[in-house]
Design a protein around this ligand. Structure first.
Ligand code: 5GP
Ligand code: ZN
Length: 110
């Protein structure tokens, strides 16, 4: 989708620190990391949020990508987050899964 920063990253129109890629997804380091490891996993295809995602194959591909990323990074303890909607903290409206690791993470979140 035009003017979507994550589409541009997925299409490699703008540079990012890609940590993983497969047929359906890419993963890259967050610009403003909230933990020593902070990776975003996104579908190559644009979906504004989880609410729009209607493709079960892609749903499974996204979790497979998360598992491949953590395996590649050698981490076994991490948090995954999907913010959906402004009040839940979503600021980029291209579906993404946060992977956070490398420091103690409190629960419940703020
Ligand atoms: P949200 O708040 O929507 O769940 O998460 C959006 C995330 O995208 C934020 O953690 C923010 O730091 C990250 N982000 C925003 N713009 C860019 C960018 O241009 N490049 C990268 N690598 N991360 C970005
Ligand atoms: Zn997009």
């Amino acid at each position: 989708m035009e003017n979507c920063i994550f589409c541009k990253i997925a299409n490699k129109e703008i540079p990012s620190n890609l940590v993983y890629e497969d047929e359906y997804t890419v993963a890259f380091n967050d610009l403003s990391p909230q933990a020593p490891t902070h990776v975003l996993v996104i579908p190559k295809k644009h979906y504004a949020s989880l609410n729009e995602l209607d493709d079960e194959k892609l749903m499974s591909a996204l979790l497979t990508a998360v598992k491949n990323v953590v395996t590649k990074l050698g981490i076994t303890e991490y948090r995954t987050v999907i913010n959906t909607g402004e009040s839940a903290g979503q600021t980029v409206f291209h579906l993404h899964i946060h992977i956070l690791s490398g420091r103690p993470l409190k629960w419940p979140p703020g």
